[in-house]
Design a protein around this ligand. Structure first.
Ligand SMILES: [Zn+2]
Ligand SMILES: [Zn+2]
Length: 230
């Protein structure tokens, strides 16, 4: 598995291109912003972009979908049904996140309605990318339709904004639920195994074992918390 990370927005979201070494088939997980660098990376390596795979519908994860899809119009766009309202409502998201209109343009946050989704993720489906096999796990709590992508042979999981090194996703935005998020993490992510590498939507890589042992939201040090990042 090839993993290339791009940090594109003021939200410091991790956009990732993940490719199968043997076949060159690739996905882009959460294109946060328009990026010529991603287009060049795919073309220079002869990777074929099969899909834009969205963990959830927040602006810092889907803001670059339109531009990337214009460069690779054959790529599927896949998101869970629970986040369709966020996705198609992208132009209005900055306002409900508390950013005022005059803050948006200087930050480059001027969003149009993104292109139509190809289809929705189904909980438990196996999504093949060349020889890679991603298990799709619905993990609501940060948003209603958040999913994670787990590659069990490679022992890697792409968790979006569910889980971070030392923290968890915020649950105070529309559709958020602290209890649901903790349940999702406990039942769908921590159960994958301690040796899984965790690739989060913000911040550094970690492992499930490390988070189980040290993450204050999971060890019980914080009984009530608000998580970080959008
Ligand atoms: Zn988010
Ligand atoms: Zn985010």
């Amino acid at each position: 598995m090839i993993i290339e990370t791009f940090i594109l927005t003021p939200f410091e979201q991790n956009t990732r291109v993940v490719a199968c070494e043997e076949t060159g088939m690739a996905i882009c997980i959460d294109p946060g912003e328009k990026s010529d660098e991603i287009v060049s990376f795919l073309n220079d390596n002869n990777y074929q972009l099969q899909a834009i795979t969205l963990t959830h519908g927040h602006l810092d994860h889907v803001g670059g979908t339109s531009a990337l899809h214009e460069s690779f119009p054959k790529a599927e766009i896949i998101l869970h049904k629970g986040d369709e309202d966020l996705y198609y409502g992208l132009p209005n998201q900055p306002l409900f996140m508390g950013l005022s209109p005059h803050q948006l343009k200087p930050l480059g946050l001027d969003y149009k309605t993104p292109p139509k989704l190809t289809r929705n993720w189904q909980d438990g489906e196996i999504y093949a990318v060349g020889n890679l096999r991603f298990k799709v796990l619905h993990c609501p709590g940060h948003t209603r339709g958040h999913i994670v992508l787990a590659e069990e042979n490679e022992k890697k999981v792409f968790v979006g904004d569910c889980l971070f090194e030392g923290s968890i996703g915020r649950t105070d935005l529309p559709g958020g639920s602290y209890e649901q998020l903790i349940d999702s993490i406990n039942n769908n992510i921590l159960t994958l195994g301690d040796d899984f590498a965790v690739y989060s939507g913000h911040g550094r890589e970690t492992t499930i074992g490390r988070e189980k042992a040290t993450n204050p939201f999971l060890t019980g040090s914080y009984q009530i918390g608000r998580g970080r990042f959008v």
